[in-house]
Each structure stands twice: as C-alpha cells, then as structure tokens.
Write a protein that binds this ligand. Structure first.
Ligand code: NDP
Length: 482
C-alpha cells in the first residue's frame, strides 16, 4: 500500500528534435535508400508515430560494406592506435554532452523509464567508449596474442532492449581495434543509432568508419550474407542466432553471438531477505524484463519461500508503472505490440499448465503497450514459463531444499547467460559460482554492468564475450603475416 502519492515529474521532450524522416548513414553521409521503402517507428507508451525510417535493401547494404572497406584500407587500419583512441574519447565526451537528448530519445523510441535511460543506459554508453579508447594504443599489451591486427569490416546486428548501449558494446571495441563497421539497429528502435551517426559526424570520424543501415530482418540477413563482411557480431534471439550460424557455416566469416537467457536468481535462507527482494525486483522488472540476462527464474529455499513471496508482492505493489517520461516511473511500456503478444501468450500458457498467477493490479495507461509486473508461483521445471524466455516483467518462482538441488535446477535450461546467488556465506557464493553454468554470476546483487567486465553465454545463450580485455579478442587476428 503506498504511503504517499507522487506528484507528476515529467521530463521535457523539448530537448529532442525528431525529423519526420531519416535516411541511411553510409560513407559519412545521410542518403536515401535505393528501394525507396520506409517504415514507421512509434513511441510504445503512446502509439504515436515518431518518424519514418528508410529500409535498406541488399544494394544499400552493399554500398555500406564498400564504404566500410574503403575506410578500412585507406584510413582506419593504417591509423595509429593513439589516434584512433582520440576519436573514441571524442565520441565518449560528445555522448556525455548530449546525454539528456540521447536519454529522452531512447525513452521515447523504446518505452523504458527515463530514469533508466538517463542513469544506466547513456552513462554506460559513454563508459564503453572511454574504456575502449584507453585500449586503442595498448593492444599489444592486452595478452591477445602476437601482433594483434584488425579483422576488417564488421557487420553488427543489434536488438531493441538497450538500443544505444548495444550499439556501444559493438562499435567501441570494433573501432578501438581498427575495424570498420556496418551496423543495423532493430526495426522498433532505430532513432538513437541515427543520432549516434550524427555524433560520428560531429566527432569528425573519417567517413565510412561507421555506417548505419536501418531496416528489418531482411536487412540484417543482407549484412550476414554479404561476402565483404569479415566478422559478425549479433545480439538477439536464439532463433535468429542459429540462422546466422547456419548462414555463415563454411565461410571465412567469424561471429560472436549473444543470445537469449533464462537466468536463475537463487535465494538461500540465510540471505538478507529485504536486500534479496530488491535484487529480485532489479533482476526481472528492470527494463520491463526486456533483458537477456534477467533473473526470470526465482529459486527460493523452501523454508523462506512464503516469506520471500509475501515481501516481494508487497514491494511490487509500490512499483510505479506508467509514463516512461515521468522521472518517478519504475516500469515503462513493453517495446512493441508483437512483444506484448509474446508475453501474453507465454503467461497464458503458464496459467494453463497450472502455475499460480499474481499481479499487482496496478492501473495501466489507456494507450500503448503495457503489462503488469507478474509473479508465477508453484512453477514446475517442465512448464514453458520455466523453460522459455518471456522477455517481459514476469518472474517464475520455484523452490529448492539443498544447494545441490539449487544448482541442478538452475542449470536445467538450454541457456547459460546469467545467475544470481543471495547468501551471507562467502564460501557458498564461490562454490555456487563454480557449479553454475552461466557466463555471469552475481553475488548479493543483480544486473550490474561494467565495460571492464566480459559478458557472454554458454550453450544456447551464444558464444564469444563482449566487454573487458576478453571482448577485444573477437575483433583482432593474431600471429605472423599481415
Ligand atoms: P530478433 O532476434 O528477431 O531481433 C534481433 C535483431 O536481429 C534485430 O535487429 C532484428 O531486426 C534482426 N534480425 C531479425 N531477423 C534477422 C535475420 N534473419 N538475419 C539477421 N538479422 C535479423 O528478436 P525479436 O525482436 O524478434 O525478439 C524475439 C525474442 O528474442 C524476444 O521475445 C526475446 O525472447 C529474444 N530477444 C533476446 C534479446 C537478447 O538480448 N538476448 C534481444 C531481443 C530479443 P528487426 O528488429 O528489424 O526485426
């Protein structure tokens, strides 16, 4: 029950000026798509059309790859690391200077709360460019192998859940290591990538080093299939990741794939329960649960399960769901109608399979795409809501009795991206981290990101690491020769 009411605290959108239509960013210029087709991008909180964005054809992708190749051979691969670093530092500083504009645009196009885009996404974007700027002239000291050199032209396809942050995860290491880039943002969230293109111009980045082609799946496929691409970096669904792996099998193309997850957030009976409840909320309701490493399976030790559930439900009753532009909002809009339908279908399956459904009953706005924070208890490991990625504000609660059972249940998934452990015992944290088949294990916290820390998965969560020294490896070739 709320103890007091919040007054509205709307962020102003006057800081952004959204053009009614956008072209593609190829060779340092904004150009029209050759096919002449375009699609609309909407604000998922209101269904208002924000802009029309060009749809890149295979010919446009070809032009972008050629521009990237020319920039690679003539300029970027020849430039000293120290000089490349200067451009990355410049981009990082401009991101900081234009942080408010980027945060507002991200929230309008994606639906995430402004306090998240302002305090998490955009600061992390700047941090990724600062961090990789520092590596640009130190690659030979990064233990990457003998004579680290760029791979060439990199194709990058990113999702809609952290649009600009995923761009930063991809573009910063590629540029720091001397590669050039053709990037496709997701169809529903292209606007911050296009503003980033403007930032590249503002930073005087040599034309063709970064190219941004907007479009849907077919544009992504054209990047994957283009023979001029040396390496692919993809973040998105496991289904599309598998298609990409099949498409490039037998070619010389390299790939890193960052795919889905079904992270276990494990609460032992000796954990500080209130902190654990905050961690459960951060784990699954941050960014509407549109997080590949979300703690979407809550495993609670049986003797504290009732208490944890009681406190969790009370806490969810205080979450503010609604206008993402309000600075007090905790949970914003679902990114698209299609994603809302996916969440609805899976939660209906959860009920049909016999799990017990609960939501906070909060009021939802009349327009836009919304879903109440939802808890399923009595979930069995075989239920679809325990196995499949819902990618929404829905947590599936299971119980366990012993640490061994917790590990067995946590690892009983085709995915292997993340896990969390809540306990007061350091030795148990270390033992669990060793047993859990997950790329990231958080202890007494969840969903913490840092550019110095490698991120990536096992099994169907993909392969390769992004971030940290390990993340550089994917973007260099080593050994003798040129
Ligand atoms: P997708 O995997 O379809 O989208 C990710 C990116 O890949 C987008 O830029 C998309 O373009 C592009 N793409 C789509 N098809 C192809 C293709 N054949 N070749 C190359 N690129 C392609 O994810 P969805 O948006 O469809 O989401 C579906 C589910 O995937 C979610 O419910 C969630 O479970 C999971 N997901 C996981 C993410 C993660 O971070 N691990 C991120 C996003 C989704 P476009 O957007 O234009 O279709």
């Amino acid at each position: 029950m709320p103890t007091f009411e919040y007054a509205p605290a709307p962020e102003s959108r006057a800081v952004v000026d959204i053009a009614s239509s956008h072209g593609l960013f190829i060779g340092g210029e904004f150009v029209e798509a050759t096919g002449g087709t375009a699609f609309k991008t909407v604000n998922p909180a209101t269904e208002e059309v924000l802009s029309e964005v060009s749809e890149a054809s295979a010919d446009d992708v070809d032009a972008a790859v050629r521009a990237a190749r020319t920039a690679y051979t003539r300029v970027w691969s020849r430039m000293s690391g120290a000089d490349r670093g200067k451009y990355l530092y410049r981009i990082a500083r401009i991101v900081q200077e234009r942080a408010r504009e980027l945060a507002v645009l991200e929230t309008l196009d994606n639906g995430k709360p402004i306090k998240e885009s302002r305090d998490v996404d955009i600061p992390l974007v700047a941090a990724h460019f600062f961090y990789h700027a520092g590596w640009a002239d130190k690659l030979s000291y990064a233990s990457l192998g003998e004579n680290p050199r760029p791979v060439g032209v990199v194709g990058q396809v990113i999702p809609w859940n952290f649009p600009l942050l995923m761009l930063a995860w991809k573009v910063a290491p590629a540029l720091a290591t001397g590669n050039t880039v053709v990037l496709k943002p997701a169809e529903t969230t292209p606007l911050t990538a296009l503003l980033f293109a403007e930032i590249c111009r503002q930073a005087d980045l040599p034309p063709g080093v970064v190219n941004i082609v907007t479009g849907a799946g077919a544009t992504g496929q054209a990047i994957v299939d283009h023979p001029g691409i040396d390496k692919l970096a993809f973040t998105g669904s496991t289904g599309v990741g598998k298609m990409i792996a099949r498409s490039i099998a037998g070619t010389r193309k390299r790939a890193t794939l960052e795919l889905g997850g079904k992270g276990a957030n494990i609460v032992f009976d000796d954990a500080a329960i209130d902190q654990a409840v905050e961690g459960i909320v951060t784990g699954i309701f941050f960014n509407q649960g549109h997080v590949c490493c979300a703690g979407s399976r809550l495993l609670v030790q049986e003797n504290v399960a009732d208490e944890v559930l009681r406190r969790l439900k009370r806490r969810l009753g205080t979450l503010r769901v609604g206008d993402p532009m309000d600075k007090n909002t905790d949970v914003g809009a679902i990114n698209s109608k299609a994603q809302l339908e996916r969440i609805q279908a899976l939660t209906e399956a959860g009920e049909a399979e016999g799990a017990e459904r609960w939501d906070s009953g909060c009021e939802l706005p009349a327009h836009g795409y919304w879903f109440r924070p939802t808890v399923f208890s009595g979930v069995a490991q075989t239920h679809r809501i325990a196995q499949e990625e819902i990618f929404g504000p829905v947590v599936s609660v299971l119980t366990f009795r012993t640490p061994g059972e917790a590990v067995a249940k946590a690892n009983n998934t085709p995915y292997g991206l993340s896990a969390g452990v809540w306990t007061e015992k350091g030795s148990r944290i270390l033992w669990m981290a060793d047993q859990l088949r997950a790329g990231v294990v958080w202890a007494n916290t969840f969903n913490k990101f840092d550019p110095t820390s490698p991120f990536g998965g096992y099994k169907e969560s993909g392969y390769g690491r992004e971030g940290g020294r390990h993340g550089l490896e994917a973007y260099v070739t080593t050994g003798g020769g040129q």
